[in-house]
Structure formats: C-alpha cells, structure tokens
Design a protein around this ligand. Structure first.
Ligand SMILES: *Cc1c(COP(=O)(O)O)cnc(C)c1O
Length: 381
C-alpha cells in the first residue's frame, strides 16, 4: 500500500465487525464484561487496551512502516516511556538542539534518577561516536531540529547505533512520515508529538511510538500499561480522523512553506532564513536524501537582530496566530527567545542560533498569497 492510501486505510480493515461502520467506533468504556474470569473478547481494561486506541496504534505503525504502534497521552509521555527502558548508570547521547520539553524531562527528571545525558551538535553525525561508550544505551535524534531547522543524518546515526548495539530513537514530529520514515533508515524507535502534524487540527494532545522489533514492543507495551500514560478513546478517534488527511495537508504545508521561505529570503529587511529546502542550508544534501520534501517549518531573523522589532512583527501578524505549538492547518508564529526558549540563558541560546530577533513560523494550509501579504504588512518595506 502506498503512503497516500495508508493514511486512510492503514491498519483499519474490519474495525467494526458488529455494524461495519467505516470509522472505528469510540469505545468510551473503562472495562469489558467477561463470561468467566479471563473470558473476554480481547480487551479487559482500557489502560491495558481499548479498541479505538488499538485502531489508532495500528494506523501509527502503518504510517511509519513499523510493526507495532503505541499511543500515549502526550508526546512527552511517549518520550518518558522510552527513557524508562534505561537504568541508573546508563548513558544517552542526545542532540543539543532539541525540543525544550524533552530537554527538561531528560535533565530535570531523569538525571536525578542516575541517567547521564550528553547533549551534542549532530550536524556532523559522526561526532556521535565520540560520546558512545559501554554505558551508552540510547541515541536520541530530532531532525529537523526546533527552531534552527538543523538536519541530522539518520542513516549515519543508525550505523553508529548498530555498531555499538545501542538503540536509536528519532523524534519525527517536524518531518512526519509523509516526509521521512526513520525506521526505513535504520532507527529502532520513532517518536511523535502527534499533537502537531499527525493530528493536524490543534485539538488533541497526544504522543506515539512505533517500532519493528517484537521484544522492544513488548517492553514498551509493559511500560505503557505499567506507567499508565495512555490516551482516551475520544482523542484516539480525533487522531484517526486527523491522520486521514495527513498527506494532502503535508503537500500543501510543503508548497506554502516553499513560497514563504523564498519570499522571506528575498526580503530586504531579513538577515537569514532557516529552511532545509535552500541549497545554501549546510545539510541540504542530507535533507534531500532522507526527506521527500522540506516541510512548512521556517525560522528567520530580521536585519539588526532587534528584540523589540521581532515582538512588533509577531504582534502585527494577523493570519499567523502568535501561539505555542505547530503543525496545525492554521499558520502560527512564535518568538523563541521570549517563549519556548525564555528559560535558557541568552548566552546559551545564542550559541545554538536562537538570537533575539529569531521568529519561527509554522506555515499552515491557507492561501499562500494571503500568508505572504500578512508577512508583508507585519515586516514592512
Ligand atoms: C511538541 C513536541 C514534543 C512534545 O510533545 P507534547 O505532545 O507537547 O507532549 C516533542 N518533540 C517535539 C519536536 C515537539 O514539537
């Protein structure tokens, strides 16, 4: 089955043997009747399993060319389950330019449990090997990164992971499986904040993991059930509904992203635009090799790097809503220095490129002419 068919049908055959409903029913139930102890029809208790969630988990697995999908109450709950595979004394090599919430979970919760994290620049993926030792159990990669749109070579990271018998997990939130399928490139675990592009309508918070290996799936399922950070049936239904249009939404996100990136690139008041589709992007060739297109996430800096001017621009934008999050049908803007990255000291954030005037855009699927006109009136001539 090709990807555009999978978004609609992947893992979704015969979801309702009772009435043949085309969409999986919302099984809004916590428990299931048993004819005799243990005599159930495949579901006992909705933390352990729920038919609506099971349909979604099959859909996740199908999209990522995996075998097993797991759905969680948020992206961070999914990451939390991956870290719970580890034990005190274990080490993790992680990209340094990663989602702030992942960084907070790693450093403020799991470092206290005796897990050591090495945060390194991975634009040259071969650097990873310098930080791998016999205690290393996990390599954590996010690509493209947030908000600098760095690209990390998943195949190169996978080769290092295989050589040292370490798990490679890829946060595929920004790219989505429409653009990039990390399991095909050698990763062991794919993670999503399904809150973003997979759901696509800014109405659900959810996380996902997909793997191929049965033993790894069993361990993650044990953690999912034992820790209990599952999502509910209503949210599972909304996610299934969102996924059905992932391919058409992503196609438009990419088209609009290209238009907006090129518009900004040619604007006299703009200093720099970060978007992997430009040939001048330092890892453009890797992006071209591992992604099918370049997506709708763009960051840019205005000339003079003026903090107040950046704030003025995001306040003046009308169609781009100033808000946290990304990946919905509507365009959003964000100012990392005062929003997502405000807790990082200026010197630290500037080292990775998060300067005062950096603005991040999640380009939605509105008409590109309207988006460009909105940027024009906000940035000025
Ligand atoms: C939002 C996000 C997360 C966290 O997901 P939640 O659903 O908000 O818990 C993780 N990684 C990336 C890249 C994200 O954008």
């Amino acid at each position: 089955m090709k990807f555009n068919t999978k978004t609609i049908h992947g893992g979704q055959h015969n979801v309702d043997p009772a009435y043949g409903s085309v969409m999986p029913p919302i099984y809004q139930t916590s428990t299931y009747s048993q004819s005799t102890p243990g005599g159930h029809k495949g579901f006992e208790y909705s933390r352990s399993g729920n038919p609506t969630r099971a349909a979604l988990e099959r859909a996740f697995a199908s999209l990522e060319n995996g075998e097993f999908g797991l759905a969680f109450g948020s992206g961070l709950a999914a990451i939390d389950a991956v870290v719970k595979l580890l034990k005190p004394g274990d080490e993790v090599v992680s990209t340094n330019d990663l989602y702030g919430g992942s960084y907070r979970l790693f450093t403020q919760i799991y470092e206290d449990f005796g897990i050591k994290f090495h945060f390194i620049g991975m634009e040259n993926a071969f650097r990873i090997e310098d930080f791998v030792n016999e205690k290393t159990k996990l390599i954590w990669v996010e690509t493209p990164t947030n908000p600098m749109m760095n690209i990390i070579d998943i195949k190169a990271a996978a080769a290092i992971a295989k050589k040292h018998n370490v798990l490679l997990a890829v946060d595929n939130t920004f790219a989505t499986p429409y653009l990039q399928r990390p399991l095909d490139l050698g990763a062991d675990i794919v993670m999503h904040s399904a809150t973003k592009y997979l759901g696509g309508h800014s109405d659900v918070v959810m996380g996902a993991l997909v793997v191929r290996d049965k033993e790894l799936a069993d361990r993650l399922y044990f953690i999912q059930n034992a820790s209990g950070a599952v999502c509910g049936p209503q949210d599972s239904f909304l996610m299934l509904r969102g996924i059905k249009t992932l391919h058409v939404r992503m196609q438009r996100h990419c088209e609009n992203g290209k238009r907006v990136a090129e518009y900004l690139q040619n604007h006299l008041k703009i200093e720099k635009v970060y978007w992997p589709g430009f040939e001048t992007h330092p890892n453009h060739e890797i992006a071209k090799a591992q992604m099918d297109d370049f997506g709708g996430m763009i960051s840019f800096v205005t000339k003079g790097n003026d903090y107040d001017e950046a704030i003025r621009i995001v306040e003046k934008l009308k169609i781009f809503t100033l808000a946290e999050s990304l990946g919905g049908v509507e365009s959003l803007s964000g100012h990392p220095a005062s929003m997502t990255h405000a807790s990082i000291p200026r010197e630290e954030r500037e080292k990775t490129g998060v300067v005062d005037a950096l603005i991040r855009l999640s380009v939605g699927i509105e008409d590109a002419d309207d988006l460009i006109a909105d940027l024009e009136q906000a940035i000025g001539g």
